[in-house]
Design a protein around this ligand. Structure first.
Ligand SMILES: [Mn+2]
Length: 355
């Protein structure tokens, strides 16, 4: 955690702050290791303060290191205001994209003499580059996800409900050590596969259908994200054709991921290939997104994201083609950007699986 806090202090110095408080859950988890649900971190240029309520005092002592733990007399917001006052801080940063307007107004009232400076994505920018521990946790999350895919294949057949498949995947991932499912599991079969985010329903699978399965395990707070599309029975010519286009688009994009290219360029590689093959209008979402403590992080492989790709970013590559009343195909892998390209963390086979 030390190097993470050092990076934060650099941001404080760049913004000439003598204090900074962190209110977003994933961000305080990242900076302190605390896994509870209520906390505020306060940093000065020399000290770290941890404020939580009675329920979490003992847990905070066990999970965090290097913080002065403050027990509030009333609520954490009051304790933060008191601490800022007693430390005599003048220019204090806060997470402008996390604090609500009411909370901000509350602080303005409690600490009127303090200049409050809104920061945008301050901790998130540090989180873009994953460190060794984070990579290890992402690997584990991806591996549990792979195991679940391998396991669920035997379960997928005509007559089974999408919701039963989703439940089985979730149960299996938890048995393998996952904390939880990374998001509501998508099982979209037949015409429902045309919905990019078709969360599992009670629809029964039928012979001949394409089935999109999109899911991931969470391990130690870190999210995996993988999509595979399978077919129930021998694919017809259109199903095979669309599948092959998506698979090639993904392969080309995976080859394009490397440090120093723009995220938008990687998106364009897949988008161009799909467009040239006649399905540009049917690929309506970005190619991928970063993952970590949150399932969707920045930057994204998207047409308008010109962020430069850097070593240590963890991102998905997930082209798809969706056709109303027909279905769809998406293939998604989680990759780690290396010094010269990327390593694919999800290992499940990418060829069309016929069940
Ligand atoms: Mn995804």
């Amino acid at each position: 955690m030390k190097h993470r806090i050092e990076a934060l202090r650099k941001i404080m110095q760049e913004n000439r702050l003598d204090g900074l408080f962190v209110t977003k859950q994933e961000n305080w988890q990242y900076l302190s290791g605390f896994t509870g649900t209520n906390a505020i971190l306060l940093f000065t240029l020399s000290d770290n303060y941890f404020i939580t309520d009675f329920r979490y005092l003992e847990q905070a002592q066990q999970e965090t290191e290097g913080f002065h733990i403050i027990k509030p007399r009333t609520v954490v917001e009051e304790a933060l205001a008191d601490q800022i006052t007693s430390l005599g801080l003048n220019r204090v940063g806060f997470e402008g994209d996390n604090l609500t307007y009411s909370q901000y107004a509350g602080y303005k009232e409690k600490i009127p003499g303090v200049e409050l400076i809104s920061l945008f994505q301050a901790v998130e920018k540090i989180r873009q580059i994953k460190d060794e521990q984070e990579i290890e946790d992402l690997r584990k999350a991806a591996s549990i996800t792979d195991q679940a895919f391998d396991y669920i294949l035997d379960f997928i057949r005509p007559g089974v409900r999408e919701s039963e498949i989703a439940l089985e995947i979730e149960y299996y991932m938890k048995k393998q050590g996952a904390q939880k499912s990374a998001f509501d599991i998508i099982v979209a079969s037949g015409p429902r596969a045309a919905l990019p985010h078709g969360v599992a329903t009670d629809k029964e699978l039928a012979a001949g259908e394409l089935v999109i399965l999109d899911f991931g395990a969470v391990f130690a707070g870190y999210h995996a994200d993988m999509t595979r599309t399978v077919v129930l029975g021998k694919p017809d010519a259109d199903q095979q054709k669309v599948y092959d286009i998506v698979l090639t688009a993904q392969k080309l994009a995976l080859e394009a991921v490397k440090p120093d290219v723009k995220c938008s360029q990687v998106d364009l590689v897949a988008r161009d290939f799909i467009t040239v093959n006649g399905y540009g209008a049917n690929f309506g979402h970005g190619l991928g997104h970063s993952v970590g403590l949150e399932i969707h992080e920045k930057p994204a492989f998207a047409p308008r994201d010109d962020t430069v790709v850097r070593q240590g970013m963890a991102m998905t590559v997930e082209p798809g083609i969706y056709l109303s009343n027909w279905g769809g195909v998406r293939i998604e892998d989680l990759v780690l950007v290396t010094g010269s390209g990327c390593e694919i963390l999800s290992r499940s086979p990418r060829e069309l699986i016929i069940l």
